[in-house]
Design a protein around this ligand. Structure first.
Ligand SMILES: NC(=O)c1ccc[n+]([C@@H]2O[C@H](COP(=O)([O-])OP(=O)(O)OC[C@H]3O[C@@H](n4cnc5c(N)ncnc54)[C@H](O)[C@@H]3O)[C@@H](O)[C@H]2O)c1
Length: 450
């Protein structure tokens, strides 16, 4: 058991001071289903909550709420393989918090998915949704499978059985999944169909990221990259750096990285380096992202694009640039490379690309980091638009969607920047202060049931 004292019995000044002995998330606080010696990605999240607790004032009374997911469902997913045998896969759905609305977050198919990882990703969704003030809690799901090794038919059976297993807890007003790593609009179409068959009606609002012909939203494909651009452009304004001619280096040239580079390029920035799984290209004169995409589609690699030179993988971190956009994987910015980064601004397109120690080093060096929970919130924002459009069965134009997205992202950025300035903290801590406050205010107002 972990207890917190009723705030009415405490001196509020003392609560605000941050000098109270903070109980580290030691073994006493760790639920038995996690290994206290190897907490995995959830430890990064717990550390972020520890950092923000001194700023929560009286709401710190409820902070344990943030440390424990509300609901965890672990399911067995058996399917017939094409060779006639039966295979079993481990599946998860975690609803980290639903104080502000239904859980919302993607489903990932990956051989290394763990409970700790799904817990962390669901918690980051709670923070992200609260940071941009979407009326959602946080959720995430995953199946431990390497999808490259299975046929389309096998993946369809897997998706349908998993959806049926987690059907107990998902629903348009309960928990709304979306695509994540190795899942896509087709996966969402299968999930929507399976859920609909089970409830006896077509329930388009049960998932987002669907194909447009099935109630998906225009603008969803570019939404995350577009949000990265809006957040980056606002940050440049605050730093007094011109967008026109800003030199940008991008890691990852997929959904997020490609769209972000294209939109930065369209607004006059210069893309000086791109790294993806095939390698790294560099050009001080600037790379045209459309040409890079065309080259990638034609040759299967970004390498060899005319007018660019190839860099060694590790040299990417030394590139002379103003803005760095990690938009590939987690844990890319580490203590080995954080000291070499020359950008004044990092905009995190990927989830969790910077390890906490590297984050501290960047702050010491005066590098501004727009954290993932703000910078890549454009995707879930347009998912929210999709859900609203499905409920009303009335669909908006792409122009309307982009305008609303730009407004939500830039207003969120400006208000979070003010909090950063007021408290003299990093933008990441500011985002956590605002998001955790919103979640815990809802918790305090709702009270404990029964
Ligand atoms: N797609 C979204 O809407 C969305 C929303 C929020 C966050 N994110 C996050 O953004 C990140 C990227 O997602 P995505 O949808 O663009 O994925 P994606 O699969 O479309 O693209 C990933 C890119 O990263 C590159 N990459 C892979 N391994 C690499 C390596 N070792 N070094 C350099 N590059 C490498 C790939 O070549 C590819 O270009 C992930 O962290 C994801 O969780 C995505």
């Amino acid at each position: 058991m972990t207890a917190t004292q009723d705030p009415s019995h405490q001196d509020p000044g003392q609560q605000n001071s941050g000098h109270q002995p903070q109980k580290k998330y030691g073994a006493h606080d760790i639920p038995s289903y996690l290994d206290p010696n190897n907490l995995g990605p959830y430890e990064i999240y717990l550390e972020q909550v520890e950092r923000v607790t001194p700023y929560l004032g009286k709401l710190a009374y409820w902070v344990e709420t943030l440390k424990r997911p509300k609901r965890i469902l672990v399911v067995d997913v058996p399917i017939h393989l094409d060779d006639g045998t039966v295979a079993h896969f481990e599946g998860y759905r975690v609803q980290h918090n639903t104080s502000r609305g239904p859980a919302k977050g993607g489903v990932r198919f990956h051989q290394d998915v763990t409970l700790s990882e799904v817990m962390a990703l669901s918690a980051w969704m709670t923070i992200k949704n609260a940071a941009v003030n979407l009326p959602y809690g946080g959720g995430k799901g995953g199946i431990r499978i390497d999808p490259r090794k299975y046929s389309t038919g096998e993946l369809e059976r897997l998706t349908r059985r998993y959806t049926t297993e987690i059907g107990l807890i998902i629903g348009p007003e309960k928990d709304i999944p979306a695509p994540d790593v190795n899942t896509n609009p087709q996966t969402m179409a299968w999930m929507m169909d399976t859920y609909s068959m089970n409830v006896g009606r077509t329930a388009t609002g049960v998932v987002t990221g669907k194909p447009v012909s099935l109630g998906g939203s225009l603008g969803r494909a570019d939404a995350t990259g577009r949000g990265v651009f809006v957040a980056g452009a606002e940050a440049l304004k605050k730093l007094g750096m011109p967008l026109e001619g800003a030199r940008v280096a991008v890691q990852g040239f997929g959904n997020v990285g490609e769209a972000a580079s294209r939109i930065f390029h369209e607004h006059g920035a210069r893309i000086v380096a791109i790294q993806d799984v095939s390698g790294t290209i560099h050009s001080s004169a600037g790379i045209d992202p459309a040409a890079a995409l065309e080259h990638l589609r034609r040759t299967g690699s970004i390498l060899g694009l005319p007018g660019t030179e190839e860099l060694k993988r590790d040299e990417f971190w030394d590139v002379d640039c103003d803005v760095l956009i990690p938009a590939a994987l987690e844990k890319q910015i580490t203590l080995e490379n954080a000291g070499r980064i020359r950008a004044k601004l990092i905009v995190e397109g990927a989830n969790g690309p910077t390890i906490p120690a590297a984050d501290d080093l960047l702050a010491e060096r005066g590098v501004t980091v727009v954290p993932d929970v703000l910078a890549n919130a454009g995707g879930v924002t347009v998912s929210y638009f999709e859900w609203v459009q499905d409920f009303s069965s009335f669909f908006w134009t792409e122009d309307e969607i982009n305008k609303r997205l730009d407004r939500i992202m830039s207003e969120a950025f400006v208000s979070l920047w003010d909090v950063k300035e007021r408290h003299g903290v990093t933008l990441r801590t500011a985002v956590y202060i605002v998001a955790c406050t919103r979640v815990l205010e809802a918790r305090a107002l709702r009270g404990l049931y029964p």
